[in-house]
Design a protein around this ligand. Structure first.
Ligand SMILES: C[S@@+](CC[C@H](N)C(=O)[O-])C[C@H]1O[C@@H](n2cnc3c(N)ncnc32)[C@H](O)[C@@H]1O
Length: 272
């Protein structure tokens, strides 16, 4: 169509990034980031895209005229189809919006969550905290096996998705909060929701903020299941937690085949 590509040095051009999200049940979301807000060109581009690829179920775009590629602070404009894509893990349905994190590898996500479930050894009576919950993925996956799930996530739209997913799956024992874990997870929060019997944490690559590790040491959940996509920050956090916790089990999951990246799940038990 003759649209120019974005040149980061010259800071000009039209087409900047494109993200495709495809689910195992065949839904396809396209998220395009343009550098220039040329509505006519954007509109024509999408008309042609939908004509040629009618299997696209959802299109969003944003205009990113900043110098960095971070998209979460930008408005996502809904252009076509549904406002989410749907994924299923076992019998749990997840609606995922354009700004919400979801594990990129669905088949391995089921394996990963089943390892979390196995390590957590839930009997139905536990109060479970799910830190860095995204759209409530792990929490909703295990909700029927415990008394209560309390999820915390910083992206507000992801928490909206989590609440929607809770309804979609008729789950009543889950509650979700939007905000930075280091600000939300306080003594008062634990008093309000009850101390966790099992604490699941799945932070981004940077690992947990030192304030969060400090809080975990104070909360003293009998069991912590730590899911990580970056073993080096996980090792750093485990060393800090070793003041009060022993590592009982560790299992790696090949979540990102053909790359050197690995997902790792660790079970920690409070020392006697
Ligand atoms: C690796 S993902 C895990 C999501 C979810 N557990 C799953 O399996 O789909 C990490 C999540 O942490 C969120 N996040 C990043 N920094 C955060 C913070 N400081 N406080 C709360 N959530 C944060 C991200 O938006 C992302 O959804």
């Amino acid at each position: 169509m003759g649209l120019s590509f974005y040149d980061p040095r010259a800071q000009k051009g039209m087409m900047r990034n494109i993200i495709f999200r495809v689910t195992s049940i065949g839904e396809v979301m396209v998220v395009v980031s343009f550098f220039e807000d040329d509505k006519k060109a954007i509109h024509t581009f999408f008309e042609r895209l939908v004509e040629q690829f009618p299997n696209i179920t959802s299109i969003f775009y944003c205009v990113n005229s900043k110098k960095n590629d971070f998209l979460l602070d930008l408005e996502m404009v809904h252009h076509h189809g549904k406002e989410w894509i749907e994924e299923r893990l076992r019998d749990v349905r997840f609606r995922i919006g354009p700004k919400s994190f979801f594990q990129t590898n669905t088949e391995q996500a089921v394996n990963l969550f089943e390892i979390v479930e196995e390590f957590a050894e839930l009997s139905g009576h536990e109060n479970v905290y799910d830190l860095y919950t995204g759209i409530g993925s792990i929490g909703l996956f295990i909700a029927k096996n415990c008394k209560q799930v309390v999820g915390i996530e910083s992206v507000e739209l992801a928490i909206e998705d989590a609440k929607l997913n809770k309804e979609l799956n008729n789950i009543e024992n889950a509650i979700f909060y939007a905000g930075d874990v280091k600000d939300i997870l306080t003594d008062e929060f634990a008093q309000k929701h009850g101390k966790p019997d099992v604490l699941i944490t799945d932070p981004p690559r940077a690992g947990m903020h030192p304030k969060v590790v400090e809080m975990l040491l104070q909360l003293q959940a009998p069991k912590i299941v730590y899911v990580s996509c970056n073993p080096s920050t996980q090792a750093r956090d485990l060393a800090l937690l070793s003041e009060k916790y022993d590592v009982l089990k560790s299992r790696a999951v090949d979540m990102f085949p053909h790359t050197h990246h690995v997902e790792n799940v660790v079970l920690l038990k409070l020392k006697d």
